[in-house]
Design a protein around this ligand. Structure first.
Ligand SMILES: Cc1cc2nc3c(=O)[nH]c(=O)nc-3n(C[C@H](O)[C@H](O)[C@H](O)COP(=O)(O)OP(=O)(O)OC[C@H]3O[C@@H](n4cnc5c(N)ncnc54)[C@H](O)[C@@H]3O)c2cc1C
Ligand SMILES: Cc1cc2nc3c(=O)[nH]c(=O)nc-3n(C[C@H](O)[C@H](O)[C@H](O)COP(=O)(O)O)c2cc1C
Length: 750
């Protein structure tokens, strides 16, 4: 067996070591364009968990690496003349040069043929000469480019520039420094990697870099600029460059690399050639070496599908990390957004930026740090979700919300006993705020025959019974969500066929334009101005009935492809009057409806708006549009934006995942300066606390978790050992027993 590897970085060398260890008889050669220690960069970091993987794969390499380590636990954050320290992070640094030295030495000892100063141009000839060709040639991989038609690479350029410098400044912690200049923010990511040296990466937005003229700066100018900017932190130490191999290009853009396939025929990609993860999650070398482990393992089984299995195994893990890295990249691209947060929250937001580390995980790392954050957030040590929240004169006992959920169980718009029990139980379950389902302002504005309404006098009476129960038996408040189905009206009950037209008895539907939601839906008739006024008046009438029924809060549903949402999205609104065209025009009608409702809704009670912050469709609403939408509703008097996404087009390509919509709530909250509610695949208290403490949202709504467990909040309080929460007095014995059982289970677990 003859294996040829292009690239002698961590991926190629480590793969060579692992395969030669297993199959000493196989020929393994590595072509590397550089001389042995001619490397770029300064240090790299590994987490304690990665080191365990390396120990299991090859003990001698692991030993040599760990002997050379600088280890630290703390992360130190410098912002606005404050230094915030969080401990327990467990990372180790090593110089890249020394890491390569260790790998080169071990590879040579095992008999890997290392061919330095051998630049590969003709990949195809090389491939023909070997049984297996490994593309380990880094981020600008020639192997990947040669077979792009097979691998289908996707390269995405970041919005920041960075320069990878070194310094003799001894650092005791992984250090982040944030400095503002007249043209924008600069960030330093710095850590020690041996006794003498530290890595010092400086990063800023592309426009900041251009405004400072750094595009025409030589290496010395760059060093001088950075030394001046970070002088107080450097304490007289100098900065050093190491970019000769880059032909003087000191400042780079980070490129996110992905490939649809990682192998074909006898070629396979590993490390940065296959994928990259932003340096702020410090995982490029880890991923490269773990690829090498997985590929060597797969080949060792000597089955025909080894490459396929390698790709299947690694792709999932890499994607998970790339998603975390994307969150982290976006955080650093938007430092200006977060710099408006108080330093305590800024630091917490930084530490939890990738959404992989939650509140309890941070507590495990450094309990005192988390207690400090809780004290800052709530005025005492208390999980953030149990900190009260106020909107106008509405006082919520905690930050958990039962998300609006259509139950499709009303009769001609009238909520039934089912709704009383359903909403009543959830009010007893401890959430601070309960939402009704989308309640429709006209009969024809219902989504399905089972939707609740607020258009007949009996509706207000039935709702009042529910509101009275919530107020009489729980501290929860209740919000009425009002909407009109528009192009998604006259459809079946959810469990009979979501968004599908009725088999019989369809009613006529309306929209901003005569565009059906999907090919199977009815074509809505384009609303005339007079009909729009009528619907606006129906919203106002429903808001008045909401006051009669005693609701504490009112939400206008402008999301999910229903009537007002379809005015906002360009996918459904093709009008050529003043209600179509620009975003400002498309917002005009929803704003008119909102303002008319706000005018009658009591001034002391808040109003919110649910929006789809992205359509998940090219050419549809984007995250940037959602900022403008939120700004417009804020100006019209909205107190809270309830940030959902999508459901505006069957062509949407949503990127699902844990808390997948929260980044939009974060963006809107911190760019517009309005309270937001996050929702969508938020399932546990740890996520909720991290979202709130990090300033990503002010309230957190849970939908499906409340269908599974109406007592979600009370159960979370018991798990967190938060005793003061009010259980219904009738259920006190259940509280005592649950708390005892949890305490016993915790005592028994190691
Ligand atoms: C600023 C910055 C900071 C980073 N910090 C960290 C960190 O803290 N921790 C971490 O784990 N990772 C970090 N990384 C990422 C890390 O450097 C890479 O992910 C890692 O080196 C990938 O290893 P690799 O073997 O796949 O590629 P590389 O290390 O890039 O190795 C590829 C090799 O192939 C050679 N080569 C390329 N083309 C050819 C050719 N045609 N012929 C012959 N040889 C060729 C190159 O000379 C190179 O030696 C950082 C990256 C950057 C940019
Ligand atoms: C059965 C069901 C009905 C829903 N009905 C509504 C609704 O009437 N109004 C609304 O704005 N969202 C509605 N949604 C969306 C939820 O409010 C929530 O945004 C979504 O379920 C994502 O949150 P989750 O992951 O916590 O479930 C509904 C969701 C479900 C599961």
């Amino acid at each position: 067996m003859r294996i040829t590897c292009v690239g002698g970085g961590p991926a190629g060398l480590y793969f060579g070591i692992l395969i030669k260890r297993r199959f000493p008889g196989w020929e393994v050669e590595i072509f590397e364009r550089n001389r042995p220690l001619d490397t770029f960069g300064w240090g790299v970091v590994f987490s304690d968990a990665t080191l365990e993987n390396l120990r299991a794969a090859d003990e001698p390499t692991h030993r040599a690496i760990t002997e050379a380590f600088a280890h630290w636990d703390d992360i130190e954050i410098h912002i606005a003349n404050r230094t915030i320290v969080s401990g327990g992070h467990g990372f180790s640094g090593i110089s890249r040069r020394h890491l390569l030295e260790i790998l080169q030495h071990r590879a040579a000892t095992l008999g890997v043929e290392l061919r330095f100063e051998s630049e590969i141009d003709d990949v195809e000839t090389l491939r023909a000469r070997c049984h297996l060709l490994i593309g380990a040639d880094g981020i600008n991989s020639r192997v990947r480019a040669a077979y792009a038609a097979e691998f289908h690479p996707a390269l995405e350029r970041g919005r920041c520039r960075f320069v990878w410098l070194g310094t003799t400044l001894p650092l005791d912690a992984f250090t982040f420094i944030f400095e503002r200049t007249e043209h924008g923010w600069f960030t330093v990511h710095a850590y020690r990697f041996d006794q003498q040296l530290s890595t010092f990466i400086v990063e800023c937005r592309e426009e900041t870099w251009l405004a400072h003229g750094l595009n025409s700066a030589g290496t010395l100018d760059t060093l001088e600029f950075c030394e001046r900017l970070f002088g107080p932190y450097l304490r007289g130490h100098r900065l050093m460059a190491n970019s000769a191999h880059l032909g003087g290009r000191d400042w780079l853009n980070f490129t996110r690399v992905g490939n649809e396939r990682w192998w074909f025929d006898n070629v396979v990609l590993v490390g940065d050639a296959a994928h990259t993860a932003h340096f702020s999650v410090g995982s490029g070398t880890k991923l490269a070496m773990e690829d090498a482990i997985a590929l060597a393992d797969a080949l060792a089984d000597r089955t025909h599908d080894a490459l396929e299995r390698y790709e299947a195994l690694r792709k999932v893990e890499v994607l998970r990390l790339q998603n975390a890295a994307r969150n982290s990249t976006e955080w650093f691209e938007n430092v200006a957004r977060y710099a408006t947060l108080p330093p305590e929250q800024f630091a917490y937001s930084l530490l939890t930026r990738s959404q992989r580390i939650g509140h309890e995980n941070l507590r495990l790392r450094d309990g005192a740090y988390v207690e400090g954050v809780e004290r800052w957030f709530g005025g005492r040590i208390v999980p953030p979700m149990f900190v009260p929240f106020a909107l106008r004169e509405l006082r919520l006992a905690n930050r958990i919300v039962v998300s609006p959920m259509d139950m499709y169980s009303a009769v001609d718009g009238t909520p039934q006993d089912f709704h009383l029990v359903h909403l009543g139980t959830r009010a007893l379950g401890g959430a601070g705020l309960i939402f009704t389902e989308m309640t429709c302002v006209t009969r024809d504005g219902r989504i399905s025959p089972g939707c609740t309404g607020m258009y007949l006098p009996e509706h207000a009476i039935a709702w009042q019974r529910i509101v009275d129960f919530v107020h009489a038996y729980s501290p929860a408040k209740i919000c009425l969500q009002l909407g009109h189905s528009g192009p998604k009206g006259s459809t079946k009950l959810m469990w009979e066929g979501m968004d599908e037209p009725l088999d019989e008895g369809n009613w006529p539907i309306v929209g901003p334009s005569a565009i059906p939601y999907s090919p199977v839906n009815q074509v809505p008739s384009e609303l005339t101005l007079a009909a729009m006024d009528e619907i606006r008046d129906a919203f106002v009438r429903a808001a008045r009935m909401g006051i009669e029924a005693g609701f504490d809060m009112l939400e206008l549903h402008c999301a999910h492809g229903y009537l007002l949402s379809s005015f906002i999205t360009p996918l459904r609104n093709h009008r050529d009057d003043e209600y179509g065209g620009s975003l400002a025009n498309r917002l005009r009608y929803p704003l008119e409806v909102f303002s008319a409702m706000r005018a009658v809704w009591p001034a002391q009670r808040p109003m919110s708006v649910r929006i789809s912050a992205t359509d998940w469709v090219d050419g549809g609403i984007s995250g940037d549009d959602s900022v403008e939408i939120a700004r417009a509703f804020k100006a019209a008097g909205a107190d809270l934006i309830d940030v959902s996404t999508g459901q505006t087009s069957p062509d949407a390509q949503p990127v699902y995942g844990r808390m997948f919509q929260t980044p939009y709530a974060d963006k809107i909250r911190n760019e517009v300066g309005i309270a937001t509610m996050a929702v969508g695949n938020i399932t546990d208290a740890d996520q909720v606390n991290a979202i709130l403490a990090g300033g990503r949202a002010d309230l957190v709504a849970l939908g499906r978790p409340h269908l599974a467990d109406p007592f979600w909040t009370l159960h979370a309080a018991a798990q967190l050992g938060y005793d003061p929460i009010a259980w219904p007095v009738q259920y006190a014995a259940g509280k005592d027993q649950l708390e005892r059982l949890i305490a016993r289970a915790k005592a028994a677990s190691p």
